[in-house]
Design a protein around this ligand. Structure first.
Ligand code: ADP
Ligand code: MG
Ligand code: MG
Ligand code: MG
Ligand code: MG
Length: 443
């Protein structure tokens, strides 16, 4: 049944909601919110709540600062933990200009535009992310440390796994917010965890990632811990990724990636989509892996991808095709990390795949060897390229990729680029302990 303004007003009243958080996401993936008392809910649902866009990084200049929030009615949800001032609900919003047009700098609008493009081609995208995170202790000043006091490993059932109970609490809260949790387990690293929720259409999934991170952080805090989605918090340990499973559907029940009679049972659409992902991987890396730190995860020796190839067997390449066929036929893109802005990450990867379909891009043969063990000559013969090795390289590649840039639109592109070049420059000019240790005595 369609969610209407009236049905939300009624639900808010039935649930005794006293406050509503109107949420939106900035270009860098940080969630912002404007809280309104229940008396303002009707006005909010009419899209009449304004905020000052100039105070949001990467949004607008002072002189054009009035922006409107238009809630997506489908996102109304009670925030499960209690407050002594009454129940709190949230609505996820799109940002609009005063002239009534969608604001180009709103990441949710950016994703919606690419989704429309897919619809025109007859497709809807489904996406399922696996966001990994570390749970660390807080110190006496309540600041996060990198100490996990946890000696568990992948899938371990262990009395030393402190995260076990915390994870159960997270799963329970997420379920109460409507998430369908498929699995939750300890990951490779000490203190590292994963909670998998069911795939959905791209927009819902991006919203879900935002909510997921919020709930995970909040529950960790309640247990005196800190949950971090930083891609590589510890040198020499597994980084945290956000593998993103994706497929295109035609209508509700036809997976356009599946073709019973084709090689690998993968349709032409699937093959070209994979081709598009591989062709634009260097271009979209800055969006899917947006931090200086992201590139410290993308190194050989862990489960993170380094090489641009695909496989239906091996887990070292960028794109893996899980064994499942039929409705579950999908491509797993393995480079994204959970520091990315999920709206932009899904927008650019979908755009890359659609471009592959338009241009009939051939992904080449699958590479079913462990690429980490190939020699440089073998890699060259197989024409296997690498992902960018640094944020700086990734920004250059983004600059050079017109398709990825067009998905972002000029507003997001310019603001992202400017801020990220500054971030890189700040990093580049620092002197780190490693350098001092290595050089001070010798030179
Ligand atoms: P892995 O084997 O890489 O650990 P998981 O089982 O942890 O993968 O996660 C699989 C993800 O793929 C889940 O989010 C699941 O809902 C999602 N998924 C399943 N079918 C599809 C599909 N057709 N399209 C997109 N995502 C899908
Ligand atoms: Mg998994
Ligand atoms: Mg799994
Ligand atoms: Mg994992
Ligand atoms: Mg995976």
């Amino acid at each position: 049944s369609k969610v209407t303004k009236e049905s939300i007003l009624k639900r808010a009243e039935d649930l005794d909601v006293k406050f509503i958080k109107l949420q939106f996401t900035d270009v860098f993936g940080t969630t912002k919110n404007v809280a309104i008392p229940a008396s303002q809910l009707e006005k909010a649902l009419d899209g009449d709540v304004m905020f000052d866009g100039s105070s949001i990084e990467g949004f607008v200049r002072i002189e054009e600062s009035d922006m409107y929030l238009k809630p997506d009615m489908n996102t109304f949800s009670l925030i499960p933990w209690q407050s002594e001032y009454g129940n709190v609900a949230r609505l996820i919003c799109d940002v609009y200009n005063p002239d009534g047009k969608p604001f180009e700098g709103c990441p949710r609008n950016v994703l919606k535009k690419v989704i429309k493009e897919a619809e025109k081609m007859g497709f809807s995208m489904n996406a399922g992310p696996e966001a990994e995170f570390y749970l660390f202790e807080r110190n006496l000043e309540d600041m996060p440390t990198t100490n996990s006091r946890d000696y568990g490993g992948y899938f371990d059932l262990s009395p030393v796994d402190l995260g076990d109970e915390v994870r159960r609490a997270m799963v329970t809260e997420l379920e109460s917010m409507g998430f369908e949790i498929e699995a939750s387990h300890h990951e490779v690293g000490e203190g590292q965890h994963e909670i998998d929720f069911k795939y959905a259409d791209a927009l819902t999934t991006a919203d879900n990632v935002v909510t997921f991170k919020f709930v995970v952080r909040k529950i960790a805090m309640q247990y005196g811990l800190h949950a971090t989605f930083m891609p590589k918090p510890l040198f020499g340990k597994a980084g945290s990724g956000m593998h993103t499973h994706q497929s295109l559907f035609k209508g509700k029940n036809t997976n356009a990636f599946y073709d019973e009679n084709a090689k690998y049972q993968l349709s032409k659409t699937a093959m070209n989509y994979i081709g598009g992902l591989l062709a634009h991987a260097r271009g979209f890396a800055a969006i899917t892996n947006p931090l200086v730190n992201s590139y410290k995860r993308l190194v050989p020796g862990y489960e993170a991808p380094v090489y641009i190839a695909w496989s239906e067997k091996n887990r070292s390449p960028l794109v893996r095709i899980p064994a499942r066929r039929g409705l579950g036929t999908r491509a797993e893109l393995r480079n994204p990390d959970p520091a990315c802005n999920p709206y932009l990450a899904l927008a650019v990867t979908l755009k890359a795949g659609l471009d592959g379909i338009k241009k009939k891009t051939d992904p080449g043969d699958p590479v079913n060897l462990n690429i980490y063990h190939l020699t440089e000559t073998q890699k060259k013969d197989l024409k296997i390229k690498s992902l960018p090795a640094s944020l700086s390289e990734a920004l250059d590649e983004l600059e050079a990729d017109d398709v990825v840039r067009s998905a972002l639109g000029p507003h997001v592109y310019e603001n992202f680029m400017t801020a990220k070049r500054i971030e890189w420059d700040e990093y580049r000019t620092q002197v780190f302990p490693w350098e001092v240790e290595r050089y001070l005595g010798v030179y």
